[in-house]
Design a protein. Structure first.
Length: 134
C-alpha cells in the first residue's frame, strides 16, 4: 500500500467534498435570498455548518487512516477502537459547535444544520469522482 498515494487520494476527496459543500452553501444562500430571508445570521450559520461538515470529513479520514495503520500493524481491535472514539469525538464536536452557534444568537440554526445534513449526500456523490486505481 502506497501511503503517499493514499494521502493524495484523500486530499483529492476532501477537496471534492469541500467543493460540494461550497456549491450547496451557494444554493442555500440562494434559497434564503429568494425567500427574502438572507441576512448576516444566515450567512454565518451556513458558513459554520459548511466548515463543520468539512472538518468532520477531515477528522473522519484521519481516524480511518489511524485505524488502518493499527490494523496493518496487527492490532485490528485497536483500529476498531480508534474508529469508535473518532466517531464519538466528531459527534461531540459537532454538537458543541451547533450548541454554541445556536445559543450565541448570531447564527440561523436552520442554515447551520442544512450543510451538516448534506454530509451523507455529498459523500455518496463524491463516490462518482473516486478514482478506480485497481
Amino acid at each position: 500500500m502506497n501511503d503517499m498515494n493514499d494521502k493524495q487520494q484523500t486530499l483529492r476527496e476532501l477537496l471534492i467534498f469541500a467543493l460540494g459543500e461550497l456549491i450547496c452553501l451557494g444554493l442555500l444562500y440562494g434559497a434564503f435570498a429568494l425567500l427574502g430571508k438572507l441576512d448576516s445570521k444566515v450567512l454565518l450559520g451556513g458558513a459554520i455548518g459548511a466548515v463543520t461538515a468539512v472538518l468532520n470529513y477531515f477528522l473522519m479520514a484521519v481516524g480511518v487512516y489511524a485505524a488502518a495503520a493499527r490494523a496493518e500493524a496487527g492490532d485490528p481491535a485497536r483500529g476498531r477502537r480508534i474508529v469508535s472514539l473518532s466517531m464519538a469525538g466528531r459527534f461531540l464536536l459537532m454538537i458543541a459547535i451547533l450548541v454554541v452557534g445556536a445559543k450565541s444568537g448570531l447564527c440561523n440554526v436552520v442554515a447551520m444544520v442544512i450543510p451538516l445534513l448534506l454530509f451523507r449526500v455529498l459523500i455518496f456523490v463524491g463516490e462518482f469522482f473516486r478514482r478506480k486505481d485497481g
